[in-house]
Design a protein around this ligand. Structure first.
Ligand code: FES
Length: 283
């Protein structure tokens, strides 16, 4: 299985289809507000994994209920709920997929295909059940569950092995030692300019506004882009740093994500000034 997954990750032959699909998804899912909603910016957490709970829960429940006598209506209702719930989950997933790295996109393409086959089989199952063909409906459901399970396995690989839509910067905190770390002479820090510094080899950015200084991890939570090379923009009245790689934006006051594709906030670190020296530590 590991060898197969590695082959999928490296299957450049999938890129032609993937590139076309990526353009189609980006052209369809507009404006930015819609993309942000689907990335889970409003939630501070990727939306797709939350939405997939509906089809997974409903379809698994239908599989169990299908084994019980006299439960045809309940099973049909669960299949209908799962099938309807799979649509928004798929749309949010496609939106995340379009901003992934090439190796992640290849696995994501196979993940989406398996889930699409599962969805089609559950759609067929629902039609069969509504037409009174319950045995056929049950058989199609079990086939659909098999396809969706393969899709879920690939989704797990995408998240846990390849780190898709997982906060890429938070593990940096584990490399920072306890205690306060000196960062800069406050008087020498320029106003409203991004400055990059290191603590225990972990890169952070500093942004001074008046006497307030924000210290934030530099690696973008989306795919580790260098926020220190990003631009500062005013978004909704707040100074935000915009990632140079895919445009995720984070408030410099607090680290909240305001535009995706990151669905995660950026980590800011506490600060204090001692004898004119700006210091920071782990939260
Ligand atoms: S790395 Fe993708 S938005 Fe920053």
């Amino acid at each position: 299985m590991r060898a197969l997954l590695t082959r999928i990750e490296q299957a450049r032959g999938l890129d032609r289809v993937g590139d076309r699909m990526q353009h189609a998804v980006q052209a369809t899912l507009r404006p930015q507000r819609v993309r942000d909603f689907l990335h889970g910016v409003w939630l501070g957490h990727p939306l797709h994994p939350a939405l997939v709970q509906v089809p997974v829960g409903a379809w698994l429940s239908a599989a169990a209920v299908d084994l019980l006598p006299g439960q045809r209506r309940s099973a049909t209702a669960l299949v209908a709920l799962g099938t309807a719930g799979a649509v928004p989950a798929a749309v949010a997933g496609l939106n995340d997929w379009a901003a992934l790295a090439p190796d992640q996109r290849r696995v994501g393409l196979v993940h989406a295909t398996a889930n699409l086959v599962g969805l089609a089989l559950y759609g067929g199952s629902l039609v069969a059940r509504l037409n009174g063909r319950h045995n056929l409906g049950r058989a199609l459901s079990y086939l659909g569950l098999s396809a969706a399970s393969a899709g879920a396995y690939l989704g797990g690989h995408l998240a846990y092995k390849q780190g898709a839509q997982v906060n890429q910067s938070i593990s940096e905190l584990h490399r920072i030692s306890d205690g306060w770390h000196p960062l800069a002479d406050l008087a020498a820090l320029p106003q409203r300019k991004l400055i990059t510094r290191s603590i225990d080899d972990v890169s952070v950015i500093l942004y001074r506004h008046g006497d307030e200084v924000t210290v934030m991890l530099e690696r973008c939570p989306h795919q580790s882009g260098p926020l220190g090379e990003g631009e500062v923009q005013q978004i909704d009245g707040h100074a935000c740093v915009v990632c140079p790689w895919h445009g995720s934006a984070f408030r410099l006051n607090g680290g909240e994500v305001v535009h995706g594709p990151s669905g995660n906030d950026q980590q800011v670190l506490p600060t204090r000034v001692v004898d004119g020296i700006l210091q920071t530590r782990l939260p």
